[in-house]
Each structure stands twice: as C-alpha cells, then as structure tokens.
Design a protein around this ligand. Sequence first.
Ligand SMILES: Nc1nc2c(ncn2[C@@H]2O[C@H](COP(=O)(O)OP(=O)(O)OP(=O)(O)O)[C@@H](O)[C@H]2O)c(=O)[nH]1
Ligand SMILES: [Mg+2]
Ligand SMILES: [Zn+2]
Length: 311
Amino acid sequence: MITEKRGKVVKGLGGLYEVRIDEGGKIDRLACRAKGVLKRDEAKVLIGDNVTVTVDDSTPDGIVISAIHPRKNSLIRPPLANLDYLFIVFAAAKPSPVIETVDKLIAIANYNSITPVVVITKSDLQSEAAEEYAAIYRLVGIPTFVTSSEAGIGTAELAAYIKENVISGKTSAFAGASGVGKSTLMNTLFPSLTLATAEISRKIERGRHTTRHVEIFDIENSVETGFLADTPGFSLIDFARFDFFSLEELLPTFPELLPYLGKCRYADCAHVGEGVDECAVAAAAAEGKIAPTRLESYRAIYRVLKNKSTY
Ligand SMILES: Nc1nc2c(ncn2[C@@H]2O[C@H](COP(=O)(O)OP(=O)(O)OP(=O)(O)O)[C@@H](O)[C@H]2O)c(=O)[nH]1
Ligand SMILES: [Mg+2]
Ligand SMILES: [Zn+2]
C-alpha cells in the first residue's frame, strides 16, 4: 500500500533525512531518503522544508521525500528553510565578536522577512561590554538579550520570549560563530536537550566546530510547539565568500536608516561620506541616533556589493 504523509525535515546527514510527522498531535519521526530530483543542487532538500513523504510498504526502502512544499524563505548560512526568527548569537568575549558579521546576519534576516533577535552570551566574562553591545541593537529596535549560561543571567527572559513567540509551528534558529555558546545556551533554555558542547581553543580563542549538523528541535512537548534549530558555528572565512543581495536591496535591511531617506543634500546620496552637512544619515550618527558601528557595517557591505555590481 502507498500512503502520503506531510511533515517537516528536522535533520539530514549524508543523504538520510529525518522527517517529523504530526498526525493530529501524534508525533512520528521517519528516516528517509529523497527522491532523485530532490538530490540535485538546485532542488535539494533543506532542513526546515515542509515535505510530502511517500510510504510504500511493499519495499524495504519505500519511504521517500517525494515533494518539497513552497518555501517562505531559505538561507545559505545557516542552511535552513522557512525561518520565522533568527537568533543571532555572539559572545561578549571569548571569542570577541566581529560586529560586521553580526550586522550582515541581521541584514540577511531582514531581507528574507525573518525577525532578527540578538543574543549576547558569556556576559559573566565581560558584563560591561555585553551591555554596550546590547545598547547598539536596542537602539535599532531589535529584541536583544544579554545572557550567561554559566551564571544564569538572562536565560529565563530569553526562554520566555521564545515560548511566547516561536509557537504553533513557527521555526527559529541559533546562528553565530563557533564557540560562542549556542549549544550550551540551548541546553540551558531547554533542559531536556543534551547537545554536545566543547571548550574553545585557548591559543586562538576560537570554537572547534563542535556542532556538525543543523538539527531542529521541538521547544515544547505539545501540539502548540514551535521549532528551534542548533546550527554549526561558522568561521569568518565562510562569511567573506557570502553573497546575498544586490546593492539596491541593501538600504531597507538597515531599518534605522530609513527615516533619513530623502533628507540628504543630494538625491543620489549613498550615505558613505562623512559630511554631516550633505548626508542626513551621517548627521544622525553624529547625534547618536544611529550607532557608529552600524553605519560602519552598512558602509562595508555597501562597498562589497558595489564592487560586485561593477563586474
Ligand atoms: N564563561 C562562559 N562560558 C560559556 C558560556 N556559555 C558557553 N560557554 C563555553 O563556551 C564553550 C563553547 O560552547 P558551545 O556551546 O560548544 O559553543 P557553540 O556556539 O555551540 O559552538 P559550535 O558548535 O562550534 O558552533 C564551552 O566551553 C562552554 O562551556 C557562558 O555563559 N559563560
Ligand atoms: Mg554547538
Ligand atoms: Zn546620505
């Protein structure tokens, strides 16, 4: 007999996927492969995909993903489909954050209509720096949490935010550099999880890519549950090669710049010059209404996209 089920891909390793099937509140997890055409690059199954699984119980290998339902969005890094929230995780110290990468991730989330949330970890190591970073993102209007899994700071607030917002089928993910404490934080927030974590290297202060694959977890044991993915930390090299959208699409991904549009002296102002008389954005930054690091990140991404578009 052949039957069809609908479910969500929550894990994938070496071409073997795990699909979470919800049959009226009864959760089943099927191990399966994907049908031939869904193995090719351009049509490949992503974790987070909603799929149809065809079950043919007359053959031993009869469970296959036969169709991918239309996606809301998809990211290259972390490789996930249908995200509603992206928790952008960085440490106050060890490893110290690369703010431009944080801002890139926020821009990518905004571009894909994913709600960005900033999570600063390891506040026990550098509480002042943690609050300074938080102030930057609160000024933008992004929900921001200062946490320490070690000292139990901010974790109850973050767990409450997730439980309140990521419900009834919404999907979210932790993303950030290796070693910032994503898996540790997930274990702290959801004690039923037992994700592997590891110390960062003492010499180079970097994580060791402890998490090796993307996996989506149920955040509650109920039909109302939402989903949260742990993802492998990336290195900066990953990000240098990252290309995401065109120059024209950049500005709306920095929402705090929007109120100043049309207020610069020249209509074609790109907001990359320092002149506060010419550029309303530069003036707003000088007045403390836009964080200097955010404007720096905007300009850095602008230059990268500009160079790309001149080829
Ligand atoms: N001091 C301090 N250390 C922490 C905290 N959270 C995590 N760590 C440590 O940071 C190291 C890395 O933690 P992980 O959770 O493995 O980091 P990760 O972001 O999941 O790393 P990848 O899986 O490689 O992406 C571990 O040694 C943790 O014990 C914290 O709040 N304070
Ligand atoms: Mg991890
Ligand atoms: Zn301007």
